[in-house]
Design a protein around this ligand. Structure first.
Ligand code: FMN
Length: 366
């Protein structure tokens, strides 16, 4: 029988019911940075995804750039996430925690007291950020991490990964995409360091690779994945001459480390420059484990990627927001929910979060 989007898949220690992943999506419902019952309900509703990748979760108080972004560095946060993972597991799902340190993308109003906005270099990102305290604000200027502080941030990632397992997650995804801290190190624009973490592409990749190595040593390489967005421009990530060489090198090194997966996101469906097929192929060639593709997928495109063997899994983002039963709808070729309210992507509360209907509720009305 040919491989389809609905075939099971073995990802490290986990057996996934299908090859559809729910892409990581920040939903800013974590009041005081704490996961709560409402979030457990949201994830439970979407547990039929083969793999849920959680919203970005900060490994450190310094990484909480967004208002109401959850953390994974206190016992209370671990207990909160345990409710989420228990709810997903009870429905037969698998869930990885996306570890996202926002780095320079943030505002001090969103950080707890004594926390600092940090980055490879003190290069302020243009643009603005929502704060609950004072509305839209320019991004704060980040503090450039000292050499010693770089080591501390690495240890925060390692501890957060251990905390993720303590909270019942099946693994972690390192967020090295979309212009956040890990990608800030990769970028010659955001990273202007003169130590061994800056300069050449190998030096700029060093922090990401060290985090990947140390996290996978701590929790198991079969439980560690990473997200990359080559050619992404989101959050002030201008293109540079060596992008292809940089990502080919990174994929090769990640393969040597033996990570469980690379999750490659192409934001061209949202208007960003397309990720050239050549670099996707180069990454596929260098990296022998699981490849997840994402960005603007529908069932037909997902089937094509999976049945050709180019992708092992395909991640869907927005369609999971308004279709909690997305897998069922795709499998039975049922219509997707035409209503998607972007104004509630980053609001608080259940509206636009846990109140989207499953298909059987809609069909009962007609
Ligand atoms: C509301 C929202 C929040 C998002 N938050 C994150 C995030 O926390 N981490 C991340 O890697 N990507 C994030 N993304 C990007 C998605 O994971 C995904 O790559 C993007 O939506 C494109 O996929 P789609 O076309 O299937 O929606 C977010 C997207 C949306 C719409």
């Amino acid at each position: 029988m040919s491989t389809t989007t609905f075939s099971p898949y073995t990802l490290g220690k986990a057996t996934l019911a299908n090859r559809i992943a729910m892409a990581p999506m920040t939903r800013t419902r974590a009041i005081h940075n704490l996961p709560n019952d409402l979030m457990a309900k949201y994830y439970e509703q979407r547990a039929s995804a083969g793999l849920i990748i959680s919203e970005g979760i900060s490994p450190s108080p310094d990484g909480l750039g967004y208002a109401r972004m959850p953390g994974l560095f206190t016992t209370e946060q671990i207990a909160g996430w345990k409710k989420v993972t228990d709810a997903v597991h009870a429905k037969g799902g698998t869930i990885f925690a996306q570890l996202m340190h926002a780095g320079r993308i943030g505002h001090v109003h969103n950080l707890p007291r004594h926390a600092r906005l940090v980055a490879p270099s003190a290069v302020t990102a243009p643009g603005q950020m929502w704060t609950d305290a004072a509305g839209m604000q320019d991004h704060s200027t980040p503090h450039a991490l000292s050499h010693e502080e770089v080591k501390i941030v690495k240890s925060e990632f390692v501890q957060a990964a251990l905390n993720a397992l303590a909270a019942g997650f099946d693994g972690v995804e390192l967020h090295s995409a979309n212009g956040y801290l890990l990608e800030q190190f990769l970028s010659p624009h955001a990273n202007q360091r003169t130590d061994e973490y800056g300069g050449s592409l190998e030096n700029r990749a060093r922090f990401v690779l060290e985090v990947a190595r140390e996290v996978s040593t701590a929790i198991g390489k079969d439980r560690t994945g990473i997200r990359l967005s080559p050619y992404g421009i989101y959050n002030d990530m201008p293109h540079y001459a060596e992008i292809d060489a940089a990502y080919t090198y990174i994929a090769h090194e990640l393969n040597t480390i033996g990570l469980a997966y690379i999750h490659l996101v192409d934001h061209s469906s949202g208007g960003a420059p397309e990720v050239p097929l050549a670099i996707k192929k180069a990454i596929r060639e260098q990296f022998k484990n699981t490849l997840i593709l994402s960005g603007g997928y529908d069932l037909n495109r997902a089937e094509a990627e999976v049945s050709s063997g180019f992708a092992d899994l395909v991640a869907f983002g927005k369609p999971f927001i308004n279709n909690p039963d997305l897998v069922e709808r795709l499998k039975h070729r049922l219509p997707l929910n035409p209503v998607l309210d972007a104004s509630t992507f980053y609001s608080a509360g259940e509206k636009g979060y846990t109140d989207y209907p499953v298909y059987s509720e809609v069909s009962a009305l007609v």
